[in-house]
Write a protein that binds this ligand. Structure first.
Ligand code: ADP
Ligand code: MG
Length: 345
């Protein structure tokens, strides 16, 4: 006889761990969340320190606002945030974070320590967290204004996940990739990435320019072929800023940095459109470097689509992509005189 299963409510720790595993899939996801928190806190210097691809240690130090001492007891609980209070606020959200899940998630899958000092407090405080809760009390400590978040032994509580992430070198590469993209998009902020005890693997100065950062991070071969263009569209209400390589540059590896309303996101549709435009100019299997920053009214963008916030939906997507394609086509045509000569024939 076929017996139906008995339905039980899952234990809260299990629920939280499952949710956390969706948001924090690998060290680079954790770093993205932490970088966004530091940027939300108006930091101008952000330093990241890594051991074993972030699996042993992922530490981020910023000089932002810090966290108030009285908030330290709840900061790692799920759905505690200083950024959103009503659901309606989501339509005009200007911060990266909004749902207070990142620190909570991390605390469910790693050992998390926060050291922080605000401008108003005389000293800093240091606190340890596990499964969303403060362990003991926050202890006074010395320190500069800002926050240091240390994540140790990521996925200690999820052995399969831990095992699947075998290569620290690969994880470090992904971390470096995320940091590089944020550094290009935020040239006003100085970033440093290093493996513990080593010279910086990546470094940008505060108040530099985007093209300086592209040169420093992605190299001279790309920097010297870059062209910059921007456009504004009143009909579909978007603005676009680009730095992309001219058709003389081509590489095996495609590099695309896409920010929508300053969020690092992926858009398969936009990527396909860009590839299609370049494909008429580049040899088969060769790709450009493309940085694009698209901004639109916050109420046209749905950021709450995916747990990692990697994916967003926006109004007039097809129309906007079509316009970007046209703009790009015009720019590339202008960048290659021989080609435009042939096209006119
Ligand atoms: P969210 O960013 O969605 O609010 P998080 O879990 O990422 O959720 O962070 C919870 C809260 O902790 C934030 O709302 C913010 O008040 C505080 N916080 C986290 N990181 C920092 C930081 N680096 N500097 C200052 N405050 C921070
Ligand atoms: Mg956050």
């Amino acid at each position: 006889m076929l017996e139906p299963g008995v339905i039980k409510k899952l234990d809260e720790v299990v629920v939280n761990r499952i949710a956390a595993g969706e948001i924090i899939q690998r060290p680079a996801n954790a770093l993205k969340e932490l970088l966004e928190n530091s940027l939300d806190a108006k930091s101008t210097h952000i330093q990241v320190n890594i051991k074993a691809g972030g699996l042993k240690l992922l530490q981020i130090q910023d000089n932002g606002t810090g966290i108030r001492k009285e908030d330290l007891s709840i900061v790692c609980e799920r759905f505690t945030t200083s950024k959103l209070s009503k659901f309606e606020d989501l339509t005009e959200i200007a911060t990266f974070g909004f749902r207070g899940e990142a620190l909570a998630s991390i605390s469910h899958v790693a050992h998390l320590t926060i050291q922080t000092k605000t401008a108003n407090e005389r000293c800093g405080y240091k606190a340890n967290y596990s499964d969303g809760k403060l362990l003991g009390t926050a202890k006074p400590c010395a320190g500069n204004q800002g926050t240091i978040i240390s994540i140790e032994d990521l996925f200690y509580s999820m052995p399969q996940r831990r095992q699947a992430l075998k290569s620290p070198a690969e994880e470090f590469q992904k971390i470096s990739d995320v940091l590089a993209k944020y550094a290009v998009h935020n040239p006003q902020v100085g970033f440093v990435l290093r493996k513990q005890g080593e010279q910086p693997a990546l470094k940008t100065q505060a108040n530099s320019t985007r093209s300086e950062n592209i040169r420093a991070i992605y190299g001279a071969a790309i920097a010297k072929e870059l062209m910059e263009f921007s456009c504004k569209d009143d009909m579909f209400k978007f603005e676009l800023e680009c730095q992309l390589t001219q058709v003389n540059y081509a590489a095996k590896k495609a590099i695309m940095l896409l920010f929508i309303n300053h969020r690092l996101v992926e858009s398969a549709a936009l990527k396909t459109a860009v590839d299609a435009v370049y494909s008429t100019y580049l040899p088969r299997g060769q790709h450009p470097f493309v940085y694009m920053s698209l901004t639109m009214p916050a109420h046209n963008l749905d950021v709450n689509v995916h747990p990692t916030k990697h994916e967003v939906h926006f109004l007039y997507q097809d129309e906007i992509i079509e316009r970007i394609k046209q703009q790009l086509e015009a720019q590339l045509l202008g960048s290659n005189t021989t080609r435009s000569f042939y096209k006119q024939l």
